[in-house]
Design a protein around this ligand. Sequence first.
Ligand SMILES: NC(=O)c1ccc[n+]([C@@H]2O[C@H](COP(=O)([O-])OP(=O)(O)OC[C@H]3O[C@@H](n4cnc5c(N)ncnc54)[C@H](OP(=O)(O)O)[C@@H]3O)[C@@H](O)[C@H]2O)c1
Length: 230
Amino acid sequence: MSNIVLIGGSYGIGRAIAEAQAAKGHAVWVASRSMDDPITGVDHIHFDALSESPDFTHFPSEIDALLYCPGSINLRPFGSLKEDAFRKDMEINFFSMVRTVQGLLSHVKNASSPSIVLFSTVAVQTGLPFHTSIAAAKGAVEGFTRALAAEMAPKVRVNCIAPSLTDTPLASKLTANEKSKDASAQRHPLKRIGTAEDIANAADFLINDTSSWMTGQVLHVDGGMGSVQI
Ligand SMILES: NC(=O)c1ccc[n+]([C@@H]2O[C@H](COP(=O)([O-])OP(=O)(O)OC[C@H]3O[C@@H](n4cnc5c(N)ncnc54)[C@H](OP(=O)(O)O)[C@@H]3O)[C@@H](O)[C@H]2O)c1
């Protein structure tokens, strides 16, 4: 049994990961600002990653897998994006992640073969209009992933998942309307948008010993969007 900590997991991709890992019998903690619909067998820690001095006292002292899920989708033409929008995207996707990973690193190092999983986006690999802010913030996450993986090897593996559009509350503005949802599906070589379970399966692989020879990788779980043109 492993100790799995998710920053974010009250809904969205993190929740699908928490449910899958709890069902496998692991000890799972979800650290988020809310937990309206508790998950059986999963502990909730009230936690705000945006806080400048987060409270790390309630986390387990040994963490086998740490996953940071908070993110943003702020799609606008570059000309109308204020500098503050770039800062906000950097704050939740990058700086809050850095603060959290730093705060919990000693807990991660206490485990025997630990792993960290971060989240990027297909928009780093593939240039997409209106994505300058999120692509920049997640680009920082990808660079951080590789550098930290180098620094932590061989003790801690650090990998990243880069999804394309996935049906979660974060993407609700893009998926609420059936017509635009279908148009998004058709833009993907595999002709559908992602589900939280698609991404949870990739996370399961990365936190599992089946990926024990992988570190510093960005796993593209994106319906082919980042690498295939048809
Ligand atoms: N969905 C997509 O289409 C898509 C595409 C590409 C990349 N991604 C990336 O994949 C990751 C997961 O996305 P998602 O769609 O599952 O997002 P989501 O539906 O917004 O879920 C985010 C989770 O993070 C928590 N969270 C948000 N802000 C937080 C904070 N300040 N402190 C602690 N917890 C916080 C939320 O819980 P509380 O509100 O309760 O705190 C929630 O559990 C993100 O990094 C996102 O950028 C998603």
